[in-house]
Design a protein around this ligand. Structure first.
Ligand code: NIG
Ligand code: FE
Length: 423
């Protein structure tokens, strides 16, 4: 995939998210979008080379000389922002979970459905049966849909195979799809998603398999950058999760975890491992929020899961932000708890149910998502030298992105310098 020189001109609001201080955004800095009006962005070779007022950009000597080679996109007063960095998705699955959906409508909750054989375990069968080619095609279709909503970088977890061959197959599908998509995919090994049925009541034996066989095999093939674990009631205990973190570290993975989704688990033992991100955090105590604030670990909220599970409780984002925690937002795209790949939808939920402002939600879904994936040196803001990842919304004001919920106003997405228009 080759990128052509691109000039985005006449941008109404350019949300640069440029850094005013080093490090991830917290507190008041979450609201600093670095907005330029009547702006333009020049991209060459898949990188951003200049950002400024349209009239200055048009006087640029290089541009004057090479104007004919440059594809010029007239943004006609629209909003342009960094492509979303969706730092939490489970996109490798075979089928939707309609039985779980109907059971929930009839009143069963997530844990009851899982105990009755639904939940994560019911997605295992489909992934184990599917060929790598089928998983790759489904994932590629999802990545293209994500891009149509403005996402340019995505974390993609395995975690519905849960045996060595099926986890490797899932991660290989991630690698294969990533090669065919112009955006950026960061792979995560989630062998510790749940205990598969053949290890029922033998969770320690499964944890040993994950640590001693799966992780070395994944590491040897360089199939994942991160390792993740679902630490909660009905999944893995804090002690098991610590064993998984230790093994992940030994195998060279950076760390992230699902934690506090259904019940409270103390965060302090995990923070010692310096995880990139801890995700969900619906149940957390105040001391742990303070400990998080004192660290660079990102708290990633995934309100799509709260919405789709029909919960009235959402993470207390205001408490985290007031304490100074670095917060990010992801879709948690998966067939059980959050079948949406729309970051604007997640942002809208964060605004309406978690009382984050539109600006905070935008920062959480761009530069702080990039920090959560440790790719903030290249992604998440519109600054010279960074990758040319941008989204153009057919709107006048950035606050309209979370305002118009359930409607896609993203018109054009630029992924590493490749422009993809929505049909
Ligand atoms: O993030 N909590 C664990 N994992 C997913 C749900 C996965 C599923 O139900 O398939 C989540 O919500
Ligand atoms: Fe998840």
């Amino acid at each position: 995939m080759k990128s052509k020189p691109l000039l985005l001109a006449n941008i109404g609001q350019l949300l640069t998210l440029r850094a005013s201080a080093p490090g991830p955004r917290r507190g008041a800095a979450l609201s600093d979008l670095g907005i330029l009006e009547d702006a333009s962005v020049l991209c060459l070779g898949g990188k951003i080379v200049s950002v400024g007022k349209t009239k200055d950009a048009l006087c640029d000597p290089w541009l004057k000389k090479n104007r004919r080679q440059v594809r010029e996109i007239d943004c006609s007063g629209r909003v342009v922002l960094p492509g979303f960095v969706d730092s939490h998705t489970h996109p490798v699955f075979a089928h939707p979970r309609l039985i779980d959906f109907e059971k929930r409508i009839s009143g069963a909750n997530y844990e009851e459905i899982a105990e009755a054989g639904g939940g994560i375990r019911s997605s295992i069968v489909g992934v184990r049966k599917a060929t790598k080619a089928v998983l790759t095609q489904k994932l590629l279709a999802a990545l293209r849909d994500m891009a149509s909503y403005g996402t340019t970088a995505v974390e993609a977890k395995s975690g519905y195979g849960l045996d060595l061959a099926s986890e490797l197959k899932s991660l290989e599908a991630i690698r294969a799809a990533a090669r065919q998509w112009p955006g950026t995919v960061v792979p995560t090994f989630l062998g510790a998603h749940t205990v598969p049925p053949e290890y029922r009541r033998r969770s320690q034996a499964y944890v040993d398999l994950v640590c001693n066989e799966m992780m070395p095999a994944v590491a040897k093939r360089k199939l994942a950058r991160f390792a993740d674990v679902f630490c909660d009631r009905g999944a893995f205990s804090a002690q098991e999760a610590e064993q998984i973190f230790r093994a992940a570290e030994e195998n060279g993975f950076a760390l992230r975890a699902h934690i506090g989704q259904l019940s409270e688990t103390r965060l302090a033992p995990f923070l010692r491992f310096n995880p990139a991100s801890l995700d969900h955090l619906d149940y957390v105590n105040e001391a742990d929020v303070r400990a998080l604030a004192a660290s660079d670990t990102v708290a990633t909220f995934v309100p799509g899961a709260n919405y789709f599970l029909g919960l009235s409780r959402y993470p207390n984002a205001r408490q985290f932000i007031a304490a100074g925690v670095v917060v990010a937002l992801g879709t948690d795209y998966n067939p059980g708890s959050s079948p949406t790949l729309s970051v604007p939808m997640a942002m809208s939920l964060a605004c309406t149910h978690m009382k984050m402002s539109a600006a905070e939600a935008i920062t959480a879904a761009t530069i702080n998502g990039a920090w959560a994936l440790r790719i903030a040196d290249q992604k998440g803001s519109i600054e010279p030298g960074k990758d040319a990842d941008l989204a153009v919304f057919n709107l006048k004001d950035h606050r309209e992105i979370p305002y118009w919920f359930g409607v896609n106003h993203c018109q054009l997405t630029i992924l590493n310098g490749i422009a993809e228009e929505r049909p």
